[in-house]
Design a protein around this ligand. Structure first.
Ligand code: COA
Length: 263
């Protein structure tokens, strides 16, 4: 059961990129369960249709639009589609991302570009278009889903870390430029999150996050991430903007990850 009122987001409209699967789907569901009308967007129509059906079965007013957020024209059509159906947009969650574990020498030029394009340029494209079309006039929220490791050196994630460092920077710049218009912009940095494609991709990688202890001692859930998004778009966070909040059980502040002796 949620600690928030069921009608917390009544009359609000939310757009969740990458909302058909994984963490994005849980975010869309959580915002919808608290009263928001929800548009999910991603590249694969079959995933979008399936998830939209599930959301509607829960009583959520949901729609989907196929969009590759790397393409500005597709993003403009996405925002126009939200306008056509809901005539409003209050909350944007930039969740769509690409990832695969590979060393720098194992990433092709195109592979590096694909991840930076989706994670960073996609976040920019959607934020800019949504601000110009809706948020500038009416205020609202942008929440970027980032990562907890880009301020450190991290193996096998050069492309993702570079992209997410850019996302964090963009979060702060958007917060500064959009703040005067009543738009709060924050980021959530999930640690290892159970039952996600992101975690699956690290299956078999020695020392992967899912095997490492964190101060809280367990791998987080998609609901943990969605809950923080909900907090950030609620009045509970009314004076919070430009922040990157790690939701990682303390992984990112536990430098040496040493085990305590048995007591
Ligand atoms: N290892 C190395 N290179 C890889 C790779 C892998 N596991 N997966 C993709 N690439 C490379 C491709 O080889 C290609 O480069 P090339 O043209 O030089 O061969 C490049 O990345 C683009 O791949 P492609 O599949 O054509 O592009 P895409 O734009 O459709 O998507 C990804 C690429 C990686 C972003 C996509 O596969 C993806 O999003 N996957 C992960 C989704 C995910 O895990 N999300 C959760 C994020 S935490």
């Amino acid at each position: 059961m949620s600690v928030f009122r069921e009608d917390l987001l009544a009359s609000k409209v939310a757009l969740v990129t990458g909302g058909a699967t994984g963490i994005g789907r849980e975010i869309a569901r959580t915002l919808g369960r608290h009263g928001a009308r929800v548009c999910i967007a991603s590249r694969k129509q079959e995933n979008l249709e399936g998830t939209t059906g599930e959301l509607r079965a829960e009583g959520i007013d949901a729609m989907w639009l196929a969009c590759d957020i790397r393409d500005g024209e597709q993003v403009d059509r996405l925002i126009a589609g939200v306008r056509e159906r809901f005539a409003a947009l209050d909350i944007v969650v930039n969740n769509a991302a690409g990832n695969f574990p590979a060393p720098i020498t194992g990433i092709s030029y195109n592979g590096f570009r694909a991840v930076v394009d989706i994670d960073l340029r996609g976040t920019y494209n959607v934020s800019k278009a949504a601000f110009e079309a809706f948020l500038k006039a009416n205020g609202g929220h942008i929440v970027n889903i980032t990562a907890p490791f880009q301020n450190m050196g991290v193996s096998l994630q050069a492309h993702v870390a570079a992209a997410k460092a850019g996302v964090d920077s963009l979060t702060r710049t958007c917060a500064v430029e959009f703040g005067p218009y009543g738009v709060r912009v924050n980021a959530v940095a999930p640690g290892a999150t159970a039952d996600t494609e992101g975690l699956d991709r690290f299956e078999g990688v020695e020392g992967a996050a899912s095997d490492s202890p964190c101060p809280l001692g367990y791998v987080g859930s998609k609901q943990d991430i969605a809950n923080m998004v909900l907090v950030l778009v609620s009045e509970a966070a009314s004076y919070v903007t430009g922040q990157v909040i790690a939701v990682d059980g303390g992984t990112s502040i536990d430098l040496f990850k040493l085990s305590l002796p048995e007591s």
